[in-house]
Design a protein around this ligand. Structure first.
Ligand SMILES: *[C@@H]1O[C@H](CO)[C@@H](O)[C@H](O)[C@H]1NC(C)=O
Ligand SMILES: *[C@@H]1O[C@H](CO)[C@@H](O)[C@H](O)[C@H]1NC(C)=O
Ligand SMILES: *[C@@H]1O[C@H](CO)[C@@H](O)[C@H](O)[C@H]1NC(C)=O
Ligand SMILES: *[C@@H]1O[C@H](CO)[C@@H](O)[C@H](O)[C@H]1NC(C)=O
Ligand SMILES: *[C@@H]1O[C@H](CO)[C@@H](O)[C@H](O)[C@H]1NC(C)=O
Length: 256
């Protein structure tokens, strides 16, 4: 009897704390090096913070339901014998090398980000594909419970405006398309309508119409987060009731 109660309590605890399963697919035709960064003060996924993903490979791992601040992105053209994070990958490199540091191991832009805030205490899960800090790989976030698809499935590099294209890998191929903010087009990132800073730091003073090349990104990738206040588009930030305990699938180079 007593052991039944213990088993029951354990089952209840398990249901309350049910982990999610995240799957990361590399559907690109080349190797990438995915990375995970977790904000401070939250639980972490039960997986390495960086790994090598050959073409057409997939990994799955458990993520605690209270992973309330995290992002996953892909790095291109890496060589970890080079220690400088700005040089070891053509883009997306982090402090720490193959496995990003748990403190400060964020990726170097431009990098397409799959961002997550799993919901606790009745709040929904929030997720998005952000190209606010530029684009380096097509990415989609799907799920197994019928919630919306966040994605930027189009390769934005071939037609990237010349003012934004880059960086390049050692073969001279462009591997990124920077945001107007990141490219510092208006020459003052601290007071910029592209970055939504200084006199342009509110949704009212930083409309998408003031962001250079916004429509290039949003027209091609309407279901992605394209500038700091893109929530107003209605298709930037995605919600999924946390009691559905969605499992998420992040795919690099999804079929368009
Ligand atoms: C996350 O949930 C687990 C299991 O319920 C709990 O032990 C842990 O304290 C929680 N962590 C945070 C940061 O709330
Ligand atoms: C990686 O970088 C090291 C140091 O620059 C270099 O010697 C090596 O050839 C590089 N490896 C590849 C596969 O490019
Ligand atoms: C905001 O605009 C005013 C007037 O043009 C200018 O003096 C001020 O420096 C600007 N603020 C910032 C943060 O640059
Ligand atoms: C799940 O949450 C939604 C809103 O977040 C609520 O309307 C619904 O009743 C909940 N369902 C269950 C089974 O708790
Ligand atoms: C990724 O590739 C797998 C295996 O080929 C395929 O089943 C899946 O549908 C692809 N995913 C996307 C989003 O394109």
């Amino acid at each position: 009897m007593k052991s039944c109660v213990v088993v029951l309590l354990l089952l209840i605890a398990k249901v309350i704390a049910a982990d999610r399963t995240f799957t990361v697919n590399n559907n690109c035709s080349y190797t990438i090096w995915p990375a995970i960064f977790t904000g401070s003060g939250t639980e972490r996924p039960y997986y390495a913070t960086g790994w090598e993903a050959p073409a057409s490979s997939s990994v799955s791992f458990a993520v605690p339901s209270n992973w309330t601040s995290g992002r996953i992105w892909g790095r291109r053209s890496c060589n970890f014998t080079i220690s400088n994070p700005a040089e070891q990958c053509a883009d997306g490199g982090c402090n720490g090398g193959l496995e990003c540091d748990t403190d400060g191991g964020t990726g170097i832009p431009p990098a397409t980000l799959a961002e997550f805030t799993l919901g606790t205490n009745g709040s929904p899960d929030y997720y998005d594909v952000s190209i606010v800090d530029g684009f380096n790989l097509p990415v989609s976030i799907t799920n197994d419970v019928g919630c919306g698809v966040a994605d930027c499935p189009v390769d934005l590099i071939p037609n990237c405006p010349s003012a934004l294209v880059g960086p390049y890998n050692s073969d001279g191929e462009a591997v990124g398309c920077q945001s107007a903010c990141e490219a510092d087009l208006d020459g003052d990132q601290g007071n910029s309508p592209n970055c939504c800073t200084g006199n342009y730091s509110t949704p009212a003073t930083c409309p998408s119409s003031g962001v250079e090349y916004y429509s290039y990104f949003k027209d091609n990738c309407p279901n992605s987060y394209c500038y700091a206040y893109d929530e107003s588009s209605g298709t930037a930030l995605w919600l999924c009731a946390s009691n559905l305990t969605a499992n998420y699938i992040i795919t690099f180079c999804p079929s368009p």
